[in-house]
Design a protein around this ligand. Structure first.
Ligand SMILES: [Zn+2]
Ligand SMILES: [Zn+2]
Length: 347
């Protein structure tokens, strides 16, 4: 077994602290990754605090992982020792269901092995995430990372990046489209960068005027203050797509009415309570509400390659491991532009 160091939560009510555990020895198809950086996703906090129920403790969070391969199994074909590698939100899936066969492993119909707070395919070995010194993963679920980008900025691409990339590609958003991005946080700032790079006209929809400067710096062509009804009137029936990244409760009707005929409101943020909306916000213009969850291995690699080509990374604040509990409080206060990333050398 491999002795791993980490930061873990021992229960839903205790702060994260140092924790030792063992990783499996690499199997024939596994790679061992020495973790260099791990992003801090808002869902880490939900799961550490058991806000979605069913959390598995002790929990080592982290699913935005970048590191360097230090060992490989005898049958590994696609990676060699010394390569950079990334791991996103899952480390395995059933491999035989329709979704897995189509390269949409995130929608595995049998059992998705989440990177942490989940179980391996045996359904009894818990998975532990990236707030740790190493991780052992099958090469099929491991991504290639370009050495040409700053690695701390690459880590959040593995969740925030792919979560916004996948719907942009699914709906073929690009030149000639007007894309609205609702909410400027970890997801929103990636949606702006990727939408612009794909050629869409991008409008940042935000309730906070102080975000206008940042939205423009990130590349947004326009900024619409959602608190101002007069501003919103000007965008009535305007967008082909709106990516809705807001996880707080909010009014869908307002944003549905900003869509053109056949426009789509794409949800990637998950408000805690059910949302209602007027049927007549969608019927007369054949509008749609859709959802999208992270992305498959193939499209995650496509996204990483696209980002390397277009020089796109996440805006990050690098923190030492011991700052994690404080960083969680700052995430909850919206006090991060736009992602914390842990420097795992400080573990
Ligand atoms: Zn995440
Ligand atoms: Zn499957």
């Amino acid at each position: 077994m491999i002795a791993a160091k980490s930061y873990a939560a021992q229960s839903a009510t205790t702060p994260l602290g140092p924790h030792s555990f063992e990783r499996r020895e690499p199997g024939e198809h596994d790679v061992v990754i020495d973790i260099l950086y791990c992003g801090v996703c808002h869902s880490d906090i939900h799961q550490v605090r058991d806000e979605w129920g069913g959390s598995i403790f002790p929990m080592v969070p982290g699913h935005e992982i970048v590191g360097r391969i230090s060992r490989i199994g005898s049958q590994v074909k696609d990676f060699k020792v010394g390569d950079l590698a990334g791991i996103g939100c899952f480390v395995d899936s059933c491999r035989v269901c329709n979704s897995c066969k189509e390269g949409l492993e995130q929608y595995c119909e049998t059992h998705l092995s989440q990177t942490y707070n989940g179980y391996e395919q045996d359904r009894k070995t818990p998975t532990y995430g990236g707030y740790s010194s190493q991780i052992v993963v099958d090469e099929k679920y491991t991504l290639h990372v370009s050495p040409n980008l700053p690695l701390e900025g690459v880590a959040p691409l593995l969740c925030a990046g792919i979560t916004t990339w996948s719907p942009l590609r699914e709906w073929k958003v690009g030149k000639g489209h007007r894309l609205g991005v609702l909410g400027l946080g970890g997801l929103g700032h990636m949606a702006v960068k990727l939408g612009v790079a794909l050629g869409a006209e991008v409008t940042m929809l935000s309730s906070s005027a102080s975000k206008e400067k940042d939205a423009k710096r990130l590349g947004a062509h326009k900024f619409a203050l959602t608190k101002d009804p007069e501003v919103l009137k000007g965008y009535s029936g305007y967008f082909d797509f709106i990516i809705d990244t807001v996880s707080a409760q909010h009014d869908f009707d307002i944003y549905l009415n900003l869509l053109k005929r056949d426009g789509t409101l794409i949800l990637v943020g998950a408000p805690p309570k059910p949302n209602d909306f007027q049927a007549f916000s969608i019927i007369p213009k054949r509008r749609r509400i859709a959802g999208s969850m992270i992305g498959g291995i193939k499209e995650t690699q496509e996204m990483l390659d696209f980002c390397a080509q277009h020089n796109i990374v996440s805006d990050v604040e690098v923190i030492p491991m011991k700052e994690i509990n404080n960083a969680y409080e700052r995430v909850l206060n919206g006090d991060v532009r736009y992602r914390f990333v842990i420097d795992m050398a400080t573990l």
